[in-house]
Design a protein around this ligand. Sequence first.
Ligand code: GLN
Length: 249
Amino acid sequence: MNRQIKICHLYPDILNLYGDIGNIITLKKRLLLRGIDCTVQNISVKESLYVEDYDIFFIGGGQDFEQEILLEDLLVIKKPLIKKAVEENKTFLAICGGYQLLGNHYKTWDGVNLEFVGAIDINTIGDKKRMIGDYIFRCEDEKGLFDVVAFENHSGKTYISDNIKPLGTVIYGNGNNGIDRTEGVRYKNVFASYGHGPLLPKNPRLADLILKTSLKQKYGDWDLIELDDSLETKANNIMIEKIKYRIKK
Ligand code: GLN
């Protein structure tokens, strides 16, 4: 059977900080290398969204200003559709600002209250002091624990409700809020993280976990042949060693 995964890139012209589109490039490449077809559709402000047409939704990061630009379209048009897609177990990857907007609301550092989608029970409060830098967090897949390395730059401190699992545990850096050592969220088939970089190229196990989740949801199985990730793993290890060296200094 020819399998195909359709990716919807939401607000690509507005939310794409630090090359977050690299996550889509990684997902697509890792599917094509396995003989699985992959299409990508950009959907932005005022463009119609038919969630049943897609398997994976991607939302990148953006500054407070950019999050405000898309707010009317998000709340008037996209909000019910995104909530429906999340509840119907569609796979999401949401990064930083894109992560925040899946939550209930975001109060920016200068006091602007942004009502967001409310698809996930999280809330974000901006702070004058930004959380910036390379960071490491520990995730888990069917083979066990693995360390993810990424770059964070956010003023928002996100607090997740008790009934929601974090994506990972912070080993070094801030993560959701620099207080409770949680990073991101996993809710149904949503993967959300503060990790820029982009996140996936140096973290192939996380990329494959997202792909397996979507393939399992669409086709009921998720056997993915192993790829030669020696370069990706080397990049991950180099960054982790650099960060650990800084900690020791
Ligand atoms: N504007 C949000 C914040 O500052 C998200 C930033 C981002 O996407 N890097 O927290």
